[in-house]
Design a protein around this ligand. Structure first.
Ligand code: HEC
Length: 132
């Protein structure tokens, strides 16, 4: 009896370990290589205008600009049920902004909520937010 109990515990633990490893593999997102500003593709005026319209429709500046701060430089606080989260710096600054992001890294952030390094972003948009 005692032996059987031990086997059941071991089987349950085994399934748990396999499930955890599987989830880890499923959840892992690899980093996307940095793109130097000089290698960034040039955008024509029509593409830039399209971006301006999309940014305006998505209210991007609202959450990515602090009160009195530089446009898109981030630091806008958003109170959420799990603490205050801050809109990131979206300027082309290579150190504090997204200046090293390739178009693919940006696409992934927008479509899958994963940053360039592979970390998951907080889902700011579906939350009921109350800016401070
Ligand atoms: C409701 C507020 C809100 C709006 C609107 C919003 N964002 Fe964000 N965004 C955030 C927050 C908060 C973060 C930081 C999430 C985190 O740190 O996990 C973020 C992160 C990002 C990031 C990741 C930056 C990084 O360095 O990791 C990008 C890129 C981004 N937003 C682009 C946009 C664009 C483009 C738009 C408009 C289409 C937009 N956001 C609209 C709140 C917002």
């Amino acid at each position: 009896m005692h032996q059987m109990f031990k086997s059941v515990v071991l089987a349950v633990l085994g399934v748990g370990v396999v499930a955890a490893a599987g989830f880890g593999l499923y959840a892992y997102r690899s980093p996307i290589e940095a793109m130097q500003p000089a290698d960034r593709p040039a955008f024509d005026a029509a593409t830039i205008e399209k971006g301006r319209i999309l940014a305006s429709a998505g209210y991007c500046a609202e959450c990515h600009t602090a009160a009195g701060g530089k446009a898109y430089a981030g630091n806008f606080p958003i109170a959420s049920p799990f603490g205050t989260i801050y809109g990131s710096n979206l300027t082309p600054d290579p150190e504090t902004g997204i200046g090293l992001w390739s178009p693919e890294a940006f696409r992934r952030a927008m479509h899958e909520g994963v940053d360039r390094e592979g970390a998951r972003l907080f889902p700011a948009i579906p939350l009921t937010i109350s800016p401070r």
